[in-house]
Design a protein around this ligand. Structure first.
Ligand SMILES: Cc1cc2nc3c(=O)[nH]c(=O)nc-3n(C[C@H](O)[C@H](O)[C@H](O)COP(=O)(O)OP(=O)(O)OC[C@H]3O[C@@H](n4cnc5c(N)ncnc54)[C@H](O)[C@@H]3O)c2cc1C
Length: 598
């Protein structure tokens, strides 16, 4: 059976020693009184909730799955899920990062993000029930009318009601412009919504009193394509004027998907028959509101894979220390035993270190994005708000795709550490591989993330945001350029930073002549960009570790940090050379292939 220990030490390192989040938060009026002790205490308690309440339900939930009653359309979640959710609400966990105006605790998003990393490690499928609520909450908070906010946000903040995002239809996934769900305006200002959605996560369940669906649909006179899509809030139960639950709305679960992973999260086929909804934002501008939710969810999906990478690493490490097979190539290490623990073998270490490095880099990126989000919305200086928003927009597809691809690599590597036992259900490792697989697909596939990064976020503004990130790298080089001990960490990042400018211009130029060149290069490009970002963060982590060691700090944590950084730069980062080469090889070998596909 797997175990899980919340990585609180590393979280504290990231927040307090590398990113100095408390100083940064003090510049944001609503967090001016925030201190490290409060943050640490919340995460310590959050870690207990994740490991003691949610984690024990992971394997049982996967085995049991959700069940649908075809007559009542009611979905029952696995044993213990509902009770654990009650504990979550009673503990105030739902309200952690929410606005105090609606009953929230107003804690920084970086804290909520780390709490969610632990929940994802403990049980990704359970965590999606409350997790999606945060995205729906943000969309309503940003674009909802006062009445909509008063009607929904208090209960979503407390966790009594959960949220969903309803975009996908049977014939329309990536291309939302193909959407058919219809919204008919009514005399009272509401809309009657009719259509079918599929694959709706947490779309129906028994954990909360009401489910607040955010639904994309088309008005009768809507222009074709994505420019004719509007956003609606459609509750499972209509809400009376006094806030109490009213009649059952015409939105229900018509079926549940049978899936490879996240089996205990109800992936619902949602049927709407004259369901009553109200519009969020302006007619035909539904994607504005939905993008608030999608961006929040994209960071959330990256966080899911970070959680799985961490828990897979912890269990593979314990196994590698315990399992004895063969002798070390350099002679016996455990002489009292008939064989050595497999952790003596170089390739086993490589698999473990891969997961360790991807977890640590991912945690840095998630925390950094959490701080950008805070600054974008709460910093008093307009320029800081603007810069933070732009940088976050560029880093979001990286956080989604790079972290989930790394999660795929890491959970597979950790399963491999177990040999054949990794393939056997009782060890829990194959579930991490299965659960992670969807993270590369939903919320916009990783290919779509890469097109968003290269096409919109980089070439779309002539590399301006990339240059801003380049300035951060430049600042680090300036600070540490003469420090010999830092050279092994800084030099590769500085070189890649320089190469990136030329690489981007080259693809941009080719793409200008033939757009397929961008499509052919994008996935490789995103991975290179991901390594530039991770390289920068590993250099910053190494900088802190070296400083502490030089000051006489003997905590082995810092030595471990340096060793992980060294591994990262030696064994993972160099794939950028191959990726740039394959990206440069262009689109012709992909598109001039009609004979292959005839
Ligand atoms: C378990 C699960 C949970 C989900 N949860 C939700 C949810 O809560 N709400 C919701 O609305 N949806 C949800 N989805 C849907 C999910 O977001 C979509 O499956 C996903 O966006 C891809 O859409 P699709 O499946 O229709 O694939 P398609 O859009 O048909 O894509 C098929 C393939 O073509 C590629 N492709 C498509 N267009 C391009 C292009 N322009 N360039 C290059 N490649 C392209 C894709 O990358 C993919 O590899 C969920 C799906 C699953 C399986």
């Amino acid at each position: 059976m797997p175990t899980y220990t919340p990585p609180l030490r590393d979280m504290q390192f990231v927040m307090h020693e590398v990113l100095n989040v408390v100083d940064e938060l003090k510049q944001i009026p609503k967090h001016a009184d925030m201190d490290a002790d409060t943050i640490n205490a919340v995460l310590e308690e959050g870690g207990k909730f994740a490991s003691e309440v949610i984690f024990p339900l992971n394997i049982s939930g996967d085995s049991e799955g959700c069940t649908l009653d075809g007559k009542t359309h009611a979905v029952t979640t696995p044993k213990g899920f509902k009770e654990a959710y009650r504990t979550y609400i009673d503990g105030g966990w739902a309200a952690l990062g929410c606005d105090p105006e609606f009953g929230g605790q107003g804690l920084p998003l970086v804290v909520n993000g780390m709490f969610y990393e632990m929940l994802n490690s403990a049980n990704q499928a359970w965590t999606m029930y409350p997790g999606l609520t945060h995205g729906a909450y943000h969309a309503l908070h940003t674009y909802g009318t006062d009445e909509q906010k008063q009607t929904y946000l208090h209960k979503m903040t407390s966790g009594e009601w959960t949220g969903t995002m309803c975009l996908t239809e049977p014939h329309c996934g990536t291309d939302l412009g193909l959407m058919r769900t219809k919204a008919e305006p009514q005399a009272d200002g509401t809309y009657k919504i009719t259509g079918n959605k599929i694959f709706i996560s947490a779309g129906e369940h028994d954990m909360a009193d009401n489910i607040i669906h955010l639904v994309l649909a088309r008005l009768p006179d809507a222009p074709p394509g994505i420019k004719g899509v509007s956003l609606f809030v459609v509750p499972k139960f209509n809400v009376n004027k006094d806030g109490s639950l009213g009649s059952r709305n015409g939105i229900y679960c018509g079926g549940l998907e049978h899936k490879m992973g996240i089996k205990s999260n109800a992936t619902a086929q949602i049927v709407m028959e004259d369901a009553v909804g109200t519009m969020i934002g302006q007619p035909n501008k539904g994607m504005q509101g939905m993008f608030v939710m999608m961006n929040s969810a994209r960071l959330g999906v990256g966080n899911q894979s970070l959680g799985l990478t961490e828990v897979a690493f912890q269990n593979a490490l314990a196994y590698a220390k315990d399992r004895i097979q063969m002798r070390s190539l350099t002679g016996p290490k455990a002489k009292d035993k008939p064989a050595d623990p497999i952790i003596v073998h170089p390739d086993v270490r490589k698999m473990l270190l891969t997961a360790k490095a991807y977890a640590e880099g991912g945690r840095m990126l998630q925390a950094y994005c959490g701080m950008l989000l805070e600054k974008e919305h709460g910093h008093p200086d307009e320029k800081v708000r603007k810069d933070s928003g732009e940088l976050l927009a560029m880093l979001t597809p990286i956080a989604k795709a790079f972290l989930t691809d790394n999660g795929h690599i890491s959970t597979n590597a950790c399963m491999q550490v177990f040999g054949g036992h990794g393939f056997i259900k009782e060890w829990g490792m194959e579930q991490y591989v299965r659960d992670n697989r969807i993270n590369m697909i939903y919320e916009g596939t990783n290919t779509i993330q890469s097109l968003d990064l290269l096409g919109r976020k980089i070439l779309g503004n002539n590399g301006a945001t990339l240059k801003k990130f380049g300035k951060l790298v430049g600042k680090l080089v300036e600070e540490e350029g003469t420090n010999e001990k830092m050279s092994e960490f800084i030099t590769p990042v500085a070189i890649l930073g320089d190469q990136m400018t030329k690489f981007t211009t080259e693809i941009g130029f080719k793409g200008f002549q033939n757009p397929d060149e961008v499509g052919a290069a994008a996935v490789d490009y995103l991975r290179v960009a991901g390594h530039l970002v991770f390289g920068y963060f590993f250099a910053r982590m190494a900088q802190v570790a070296l400083r502490e060691i030089a000051a006489g700090n003997t905590d082995p944590f810092y030595v471990a940090k340096l060793q992980t950084a060294r591994f990262y730069f030696a064994k993972l980062f160099p794939e950028t050379a191959t990726l740039m080469r394959t990206a440069r090889s262009g689109s012709k070998v992909l598109m001039d292939t009609d004979a292959v596909f005839a």
